[in-house]
Design a protein around this ligand. Structure first.
Ligand code: MN
Length: 203
């Protein structure tokens, strides 16, 4: 079954004025859709993989046939990463209050300190990529990846992902990536949704 674009859990203008409706609409219907179209086109060459969960392929890229490995990494990664990105944002974001909060405080001493370090990592991505909060056997850590590389391919589970490709912010913020990052963390990122994701992954 081909992969399809998941509907946004809110309207395109829900994150105004922090992320403008035009950016959200183009990002979702053009950029995300294009990753899905190219992922599906690659999978047509290997119908035996059509039913295989995308997560499983990203976790073990070496098991993906070589002729479509780059496509799964780039376009499969693009599909997975964007699906997560939409999921963890909210119009009225609530703070994390459970295990995620506790574990972040244990590692970074405070949520504010974590946000600071995460923001610096995101601002420091050279070119197009993502900043992540990930969980692996060593616990929580901050990670950045280039292009659409997914933390799953490094055996890490993403909890928070911030898209710092220019297409995510350029219409409103132009070259001011740090302003986009700060605005996103303070006004769009929903700690409660991240908490839910964390508890599912950690159980
Ligand atoms: Mn994007």
């Amino acid at each position: 079954m081909p992969h399809t674009l998941p509907p946004l859990p809110y309207a395109y203008n829900a994150l105004e004025p922090y992320i403008d409706a035009q950016t959200m609409q183009i990002h979702h219907t053009k950029h995300h859709q294009a990753y899905i179209d190219k992922l599906n086109a690659a999978l047509e060459k290997h119908p035996e993989l059509a039913q295989k969960p995308l997560e499983d392929m990203l976790k073990d890229l070496n098991s993906v046939p070589e002729d479509i490995r780059a496509a799964i990494r780039n376009h499969g990664g693009g599909h997975y990463n964007h699906s997560l990105f939409w999921e963890i944002m909210d119009k009225n974001p609530k703070a994390a209050t459970g295990r995620l909060k506790t574990d972040i405080e244990a590692k970074w001493s405070s949520v504010e300190k974590f946000k600071e370090e995460f923001s610096q990592a995101a601002a420091g991505v050279f070119g197009s990529g993502w900043a992540w909060l990930v969980l692996d056997s060593a616990g929580l850590s901050i990670l950045t990846t280039l292009n659409q590389d997914c933390p799953l391919s490094q055996n890490k589970n993403p909890i928070i992902g911030l898209d710092v490709w220019e297409h995510a912010y350029y219409l409103k913020y132009q070259n001011r990536r740090p302003e986009y990052i700060k605005t996103w963390i303070e006004n769009c990122l929903c700690g409660e949704k991240c908490e839910t994701r964390y508890q599912k992954i950690k159980k």
